[in-house]
Structures are given as structure tokens and as C-alpha cells.
Ligand binder design. Structure first.
Ligand code: UN1
Length: 498
């Protein structure tokens, strides 16, 4: 383990040490004895250098034709394909989710790169008639400048790509601060940027903590936009720190997502959905299904089947292809899970799971049994607060209307779904659920890159990433009026009617 690799920051096209001379360890959550690498514990001086490099590089990058920028991003996508298997394995090692899912994570970055490469030839604006004769008008997108990307550990390559690719295609330069639990996946992405020929200073990479790297990024007047994915609590801080300068802030935060299972649903399908939505990524998705609202007429059948399937889920090291659920990402996250399980035991009825796993191969990892609570009241803490772990609450309901009301009754609004065979119910649930994402006969996870991703209420601040909506985050509109009348014409004042 002593030969674990030593990784550097990437500033202005050079791989450099932090001025602090300090590093932090990246460890495997499935076996915390395993040190995977040493990463720079950077500070505000490193951050300033990265911002200066990005500001300087912006002068040229914004003038590179967008289709050319797209070609580089396309090349980056091809490099991700080439390295997909290695990157997936390294991701499983550093954050624990199973190999199938980490392959999906890299694939999502590939998808986003191809998608945004294409935007190099679109980024459409509007042309519109003028109210005056011999006058032309249009709107065009312009880049903002330096963007700070502060990204989470649960989708270590996908989510950075949701931010980086639209930022770059719009002509911005970036300083990328990845989560401290997943610097290796971030490094892999940045290495591909370098190899794809993205010019020096356009993508800068600084590792370290939120306090020493994230905070100076948020406070810098040279940063035009901060895009952050993480907890609602930290998002509030980002918002507050950026508010005095009116710095643009894009936030993607917590969720308390629900599946609504109606009495006409195909129960087996709903069970599979709740299993994947609840325990995929060990419940560590902002879109994870943490509530299942089930019609009383079928709740017995649903619960029995769901519990039976959950009991046999194989928990373990995500590199083992037979494993279905990996560990929590770290000790703190596991503690949070355990605290909520204790709260749940007092509030509701424990149906399965409920314990940390410590025997045998589990001894050095952050493993917890997939856990289900029944008889949950929608107002209980386990039904209201984001847990970010393998804990699901089953909440009974008597009608679609009641299910929707329960679904809407949290401070979040990311994703929701309904299982029903009745098209009328499906459309009503779709219309009345106040969430940014909605599924019919599918769980609350599984978004694709070409539709907007984000949520209502305290999940977000009104923006969306992915899809063309991402372009609205990473560009400003400029409206342009061109006179070819050869005279002064006055909008709203001249009467041009014959
Ligand atoms: C997240 O929930 O944290 O929609 C991101 C999905 C993935 C992304 C999830 N494509 O499930």
C-alpha cells in the first residue's frame, strides 16, 4: 500500500504540487485499509493560481469556434470509451458502488460529452421581426468566463461531465474541485481533457476540502458562476457566500423521492423498481427512492414481496460481479444511516435490515444491510429527511390523490414516480407531482442526459442541468439590434403605420 500513487493538481496545463506540501488519502470504502492514492490538499493560493489561469485562457477559448470546441469534446468522449473499464474499476474502488453502476457512470459522461459536442453546432438563438422597418434582431448565447465546478462523490464522473461539457461548449473555462472521496475519477476525466487537446488553462483541477478549496472559489470575483451538487445544507452556504456579489449559482441538492404504487399496478414490476430505486448506489443518489407510497389494497402483497427480495440482496465489494449493493462511501455517511435507522426503529416498524454488517469480509468496510420500515407516517423524520443510504420507508395510502399529497409534502422536489395501468391516473400523477423529474412505471432513478435534470423546492434554485437547459446555466443571452434604415428610429415611439 505504501506505493499508492501520488496525484497532482492540474493548473494552466501543468501537473503541479499544492503550495501546502500536504496531501490527503483516498481510501477504499469496501476495505478502508486500502490506500488508493494521495491527492493534493490544496489551499486558496492554489485556487487563485487556477482561477488566474482560467481567466487568462478564457480570452482565447471564448473565440474558438464552438464546433471546434465540440470536436475536442468529441475526442474526449472517445478517450472515455477507450478507458471505460479501467475508469469504472477505479471508481468502484474509491466510492464503492458496484461495477455495473460505475460503468454506467462513465457511460453517462460519454453520453454527455457526445451530446454537448453536438451543441457546438447548435446553441440556437432567436431571430425575430422588429417593430420598426429596416431593422434586424437576434439573440446569441455568450459565455460567462470562469466557472467553478464543485461536484459530489456519488456520480464521480457523470456529474462533473454534466457541468464541464456544457461549460466548455459555451466557451467558458473551468476550475474543477471534485469531492474529496472521489478525486481519482475526477483526475481520470481531467487527464482525458488534456489528451483530447483542450488548451492549457481551459480546464484546471484543484483537489482539497470544501473549506480550503471550495470556499475561496466561491468568494473570488473572477469566478462568474459556481455550480454545485451536494447537500441542501452546503448549497445554502454556497448561495449565501455568492449572494453579495450576485455571482451566478447553480445548485442541485437533496431529495426525498417517492414511488407511488396504485392498486392496479403490476406489483412485481413495482417491487423491482423499488428495489433498484431504493438500494441502487446503496441509496446514495439524490434521486434515490426513499419512500414507497402504497395503496392499502395491495400493501400486504407489495410489502411481503419487497421485503423478501431485499433480504436476499447481496451486499459486498462492488468489484465482485455477483454483488448487488456496495458500502456507504465513508464512516460519517454510515453513521448517518445508522442514526436514521435508530430513529426509524422508534418511529415505525422495522421490516428488514437495520444493522451494520461487520462480520468476515465486511470488517473493514462501511457496509449496512438494506433496510425497510413499514407503517411509516408521512410526517415522521425518516419520511421527511434525506438519509442518503439504503433505507426505505413504506407509507400506506388510500387513493392517488392522497399519494400525490404525501409525495408533495416534503421540502424537496427532485424525482417521483407512479406505478399504475390506468392512463388517467398516470397523467394525473404526472401533472400534480411537484417535482423536476417524473417517471411512469419506472423508479425515481434513471435520468438520461438530453432532458433537463433538477428539482423544485429546496432541491434546487430554479436551474436545470443536462439537456439544452444546461446551456442556460452556462451562458448569458445577448440581444442584438441592427439598424439598416440609415436613420434614427425610436422603439415604442415612432409610429410606422402608413
Ligand atoms: C443522482 O441522483 O445523484 O438519474 C444522479 C439517474 C442518474 C443520475 C443520478 N442518471 O439515476
Amino acid at each position: 500500500m505504501a506505493d499508492a500513487k501520488y496525484f497532482k493538481n492540474y493548473i494552466n496545463g501543468e501537473w503541479v504540487d499544492s503550495v501546502t506540501g500536504k496531501t490527503f488519502e483516498n481510501r477504499n470504502p469496501a476495505d478502508n485499509r486500502e490506500v488508493l492514492g494521495h491527492f493534493q490538499a490544496s489551499n486558496e493560493v492554489d485556487v487563485k493560481r487556477a482561477i488566474d489561469a482560467a481567466r487568462e485562457a478564457f480570452k482565447k477559448w471564448r473565440l474558438v469556434p464552438a464546433p471546434k470546441r465540440g470536436e475536442m469534446i468529441y475526442k474526449l468522449a472517445e478517450l472515455l470509451i477507450k478507458h471505460k473499464e479501467d475508469f469504472a474499476r477505479q471508481m468502484t474502488q474509491e466510492m464503492g458502488k458496484v461495477l455495473k453502476e460505475t460503468r454506467g457512470d462513465v457511460q453517462e459522461a460519454i453520453d454527455m460529452s457526445y451530446y454537448m459536442a453536438g451543441e457546438g453546432r447548435r446553441q440556437f438563438g432567436q431571430t425575430t421581426p422588429s417593430e420598426l422597418p429596416n431593422k434586424f434582431q437576434m439573440s446569441v448565447r455568450i459565455p460567462l468566463g470562469v466557472c467553478a465546478l464543485i461536484t459530489p462523490w456519488n456520480f464521480p464522473m457523470a456529474i462533473p461531465s454534466w457541468k464541464m461539457m456544457p461549460a466548455l461548449i459555451c466557451g467558458n473555462t473551468v476550475v474543477f474541485k471534485p469531492a474529496t472521496f472521489t478525486p481519482h475519477s475526477a483526475y481520470n476525466l481531467v487527464k482525458c481533457c488534456e489528451e483530447a487537446g483542450i488548451p492549457k488553462g481551459v480546464v484546471n483541477f484543484v483537489t482539497g476540502s470544501g473549506g480550503t478549496v471550495g470556499m475561496p472559489l466561491m468568494k473570488s470575483d473572477d469566478v462568474k458562476l459556481v455550480t454545485f451538487t451536494g447537500s441542501t445544507e452546503v448549497g445554502r452556504t454556497v448561495s449565501e457566500v455568492c449572494a453579495p456579489a450576485f455571482r451566478h449559482v447553480h445548485l442541485e441538492m437533496g431529495g426525498k423521492n417517492a414511488i407511488m404504487v396504485m392498486d392496479d399496478a403490476i406489483v412485481d414490476l413495482a417491487v423491482e423498481g423499488a428495489l433498484w430505486g431504493g438500494f441502487g448506489t446503496t441509496g446514495q443518489r439524490c434521486t434515490a427512492t426513499s419512500r414507497v407510497i402504497v395503496h392499502r389494497k395491495i400493501i400486504k402483497e407489495f410489502t411481503e414481496k419487497y421485503v423478501a427480495r431485499t433480504r436476499v440482496l447481496k451486499v459486498g465489494n462492488g468489484l465482485d460481479p455477483s454483488v448487488e449493493m456496495g458500502p456507504s462511501v465513508c464512516e460519517d455517511q454510515l453513521k448517518t444511516v445508522m442514526e436514521y435507522v435508530e430513529i426509524g426503529k422508534k418511529e415505525a416498524k422495522l421490516l428488514c435490515g437495520g444493522n451494520r454488517l461487520t462480520a468476515g469480509n465486511y470488517a473493514h468496510g462501511y457496509f449496512h444491510e438494506p433496510t425497510i420500515f413499514g407503517d411509516v407516517d408521512p410526517h415522521m423524520r425518516i419520511a421527511q429527511e434525506e438519509i442518503f443510504g439504503p433505507v426505505v420507508s413504506i407509507i400506506p395510502c388510500d387513493s392517488l390523490e392522497q399519494a400525490v399529497e404525501i409525495n408533495n409534502g416534503t421540502i424537496y422536489g427532485l424525482s417521483a414516480s407512479v406505478y399504475t395501468q390506468d392512463v388517467n391516473k398516470a397523467f394525473r400523477a404526472m401533472r400534480d407531482s411537484y417535482t423536476g423529474i417524473f417517471y411512469v412505471n419506472a423508479p425515481t432513478i434513471g435520468a438520461e442526459v438530453h432532458l433537463p435534470f433538477g428539482g423544485t423546492n429546496q432541491t434546487g434554485n430554479g436551474h436545470r442541468e443536462a439537456g439544452t437547459a444546461a446551456l442556460d446555466v452556462f451562458s448569458e443571452w445577448k440581444s442584438i439590434y441592427i439598424e439598416f434604415s440609415g436613420k434614427l428610429q425610436k422603439a415604442q415611439i415612432d409610429d410606422v403605420m402608413p
